[in-house]
Design a protein around this ligand. Structure first.
Ligand code: ATP
Length: 244
């Protein structure tokens, strides 16, 4: 089943076409990475899916339902959760309290949610048990990222959108986040992530899409994308220039 379908989406800012007629289908249980050089349109496309931006044309379907006109906050109850490039956590609350608050918000539309149970389960699942009672502000960035991930997961989403999930993480933490995402995808969660960290994308994602100047240049398995000459030029070519 296709969990997320982006159909012929275009976004313009004045005279600039930031996203140009992009179509993309993400099957359930897939981790899809969106890559591309600076200004390629990744964040813009992400914001269209998250409900922050209305596309000029095209539509977004979640689990087959058209959500193009739903505001961001109404998408959560349809099963969409997101994280932010800048951490969105409550620093003066404990890890467990952060997860409780998020689970409480799910209770607003799903009365069967048991926040305490959800918080404890996520602490265990994300390896946060030992710091459950610590204030989030006192924890390293990597742990705070896991808390943010936990807050998104507390909504029990079908689709998780991650904006630069590996930003600020050590190499080991990045690997651990990648493994956790793969485990969640194995349980059926669909993930779309926007990332600059190519090794993370290539090792974590089942599918990768590359944008350049708002256009979808290619979409395929990490191997297909890694071997695509356009991708190599965009990344390796520019690195070569930078190194020269
Ligand atoms: N609110 C806005 N108003 C005007 N132009 C915008 C706006 N947001 C983005 N743009 C422009 O749209 C284009 C795509 O930007 P976007 O942020 O989506 O790219 P990106 O691939 O996420 O880049 P980066 O990797 O640098 O985050 C860029 O040329 C950007 O300057």
């Amino acid at each position: 089943m296709t969990m997320l379908e982006i159909r012929k989406v275009s976004v313009r800012f004045g005279g600039l076409t930031a996203v140009d007629d992009v179509s993309l289908a993400v099957p359930e249980g897939t981790i899809m990475g969106i890559i591309g050089p600076n200004g390629a349109g990744k964040t813009t496309l992400f914001n269209v899916v998250a409900g922050i931006l209305r596309p000029r044309t095209g539509s977004v379907l979640l689990g087959g339902e058209d959500i193009t006109r739903l505001p961001a906050h109404r998408r959560a109850r349809r099963g969409l959760a997101r994280t932010f490039q800048r951490l969105e956590v409550f620093g003066t609350l404990s890890v467990r309290e952060n997860l409780l608050v998020a689970a409480e918000s799910r209770r607003r539309w799903d009365r069967s949610t048991q926040p305490a149970f959800v918080a404890d389960e996520l602490c265990a699942e994300l390896g946060l048990g030992e710091v459950a009672e610590s204030l989030v502000d006192t924890l390293p960035t990597g742990t705070q990222r896991l808390v943010e991930l936990g807050r998104a997961l507390a909504l029990r989403p079908r689709l998780l959108l991650l904006d630069e999930a590996s930003s600020g993480l050590t190499e080991l933490e990045t690997i651990q986040v990648g493994e956790r995402l793969q485990r969640l995808a194995g349980q059926g969660l669909t993930v779309v992530l926007v990332e600059h960290d190519m090794p993370f994308v290539l090792s974590t994602c089942g599918r990768v899409a590359m944008l350049d100047h708002g256009v979808l240049v290619t979409e395929g398995t990490p191997d297909e994308v890694r071997n695509n000459p356009v991708v190599q030029e965009a990344y390796l070519g520019r690195n070569r220039e930078a190194a020269a």
